[in-house]
Design a protein around this ligand. Sequence first.
Ligand code: ADP
Ligand code: MG
Length: 723
Amino acid sequence: MSGSSSRRQAVEAVTSYTAPTTDFIESLGELFGRNIFGPTEMKNRLPKQIYKSVIATIDEGAPLDPSIADAVASAMRDWALEMGASHYAHVFYPLTGLTAEKHDSFLEPEGDSASLAQFSGKTLIQGEPDGSSFPNGGIRSTFEARGYTGWDVTSPAYILENPNGNTLCIPTVFISWTGEALDKKTPLLRSQQAMSKQASRVLKLFGHTDVDTVVSYAGAEQEYFLVDRHFYFSRPDLMASGRTLFGAKPSKGQEFDDHYFGAIPERVLAYMIEVDRELFKQGILAKTRHNEVAPGQFEIAPLFEKANLAHDHQQLMMTTLKKVAQRYGMECLLHEKPFKGVNGSGKHVNFSIGNNNQGNLLNPGDTPHDNAQFLVFCAAIIRSVHMYGGLLRAVVASASNDHRLGANEAPPAIISIFLGDQLADLFDQIAKGTITGSKTGSSLEVGVDTLPAFKADPGDRNRTSPFAFTGNRFEFRAPGSSQSISGPMVAVNTIMADSLEYIADTLDADVAAGTDFNTAVQSLLQKIILEHGAVVFNGDGYSEEWQQEAATRGLLNLKTTVDSLEQFNEPAIIEVLDKHKVLSPRELHSRYEVYLEQYILSIAVESKETLEIARTKILPAALRYQGELAQSAANLVSVGVDFDKGPLEQATTAVAGLTAAIAVLDKAVNTHGGETPAEEAAFARDTLIPAMLEVREETDKLEWIVADDLWPLPTYQEMLYIL
Ligand code: ADP
Ligand code: MG
């Protein structure tokens, strides 16, 4: 089958497609949380004392008391069997950013037959997957290849459904036998604890007596593309690397803005409804769904939750988006930049910190006193982002996210904070030491109890900032659509822990030295904004001026993953993660190596794929077209008709251009990139990527020339508009 006929078949299949219909019988109430072994189910099945103990663990994040593990395990097993599970799996989150599972049967051989396995507390608490093939950055050499998984009690076990049988899934941490973190969850839990410890100290200084564990909350907005699977399977580049390595810009792009928040196509809406249902079953409250800026692009956002749970749920959400899409004949693309020249996909991570007793600490309060506390937490964030912007940049670095960050697309690679006019103005006044009040204009005495009351306007938005205050939370917009939210949340928690510790230490010392608390707070706020205010920027983050201005302010502008990952070798960053017991220097270094390796691997796959497609699909099509032109020219000449040499010459030039670009890429692909991973990564960035781009440019020129029926790949027009 020639490429062009597969394109035609794809279009036919798309136009004659009808979505599967399902009987949606359950009410939302029945559906919600149906597949989880959460507090409700536990309460029904566990003796009161044991239930209480588990809940205490969930609320405080402490390890499960081994003496009650057996009871919990047996209740969980009974529930899972009733839910039709035949297997159980420890689910963990390796450094690839994906989700991994190891399945075991509940059945165990017993003599000639099989019996139900003892699902003991030990099995629940600890598993031993053969994790030697997961990247670990040198932490495990093969002789010590064992890795352990352990149930994270704060994240409920759930049932994974399959038409052929169900599986009980237990979310776990994944650590080496020496206790070192091999996954994305362990540091998240540790960072959570570090942040809570310091935040509680600050709250106590503000006079709170009943301080609960402080947690971070996260709500991630997930952007994604959908393409029909027929197109997907005719695009080996999409299949191998998740993005199109070729493709000329369609004549109609996104400039009309007619897709954004427009009516959702019927098949897509049917898909979204089923995704929501699947998520509801897992206790994930998917709240909003809508079209995004680019054609074929959409967004889903769940209600925010405790960061650890939000992380696990986000992973499940990505899996669900992909899985359900296939049922509707579509492929869900989570890549940050599937289509060149078309808006990319991000994963905005909204976060706040707080607890039930003290509420949301990033919410400006009603009284000046509450506002003082709010301003202190805000100042902590300003200090954190200014001091550790490099870490925030490094945790969102990946080969695919490089297409967004630092590439003239939202948000820029420079990490700055947007506060909104009102809050920025207030901090300006604090810096000057004279507060005249917010919008009131009347002069107020400087002091905590006299800080003006104000309500930040949530409508105050700046879409160009990577880190924006949005009324009662911050929104970190740099994470990419395919990334785990763990890295961003680990970074945020850790650097917050550091600033809150600094704040608590300073206030403690000042008060001990006899300074009145209000005065101490006032001067601390002033000190922080004077030292770290350079990170606040309310202007247009995309502008050229900002690039220059940021440089004069001393802010980092790390455009690529290769530069960004070096931040993991910065002494200040190694120290802050070590000091707060989130990642030891060895653990951090292992991550540096793994992420660098992943970068090298992604670019290697892409460049080989580019070479193969260019050689086996594009060049042959171009040569055929050139041959046809030559043939028709010869025919015309033989009957004495004049002909226009233009098209043949144009094709000949383009073919020559492509051939030359292929030769350069071929050489680069077969060159040894360097002795160290850092050298190899730099080679990928500086040699492979430009060589790939050159092949692409030549190909995209040909796409405008070659006869449509000869063109082997589905076009952007087809993939983006036929849904
Ligand atoms: P927008 O498009 O206006 O940015 P969305 O409603 O699409 O807002 O998404 C905002 C995300 O932020 C949601 O996941 C929401 O649950 C989350 N969110 C809202 N309030 C908070 C909060 N206090 N802390 C953390 N996340 C929050
Ligand atoms: Mg948003």
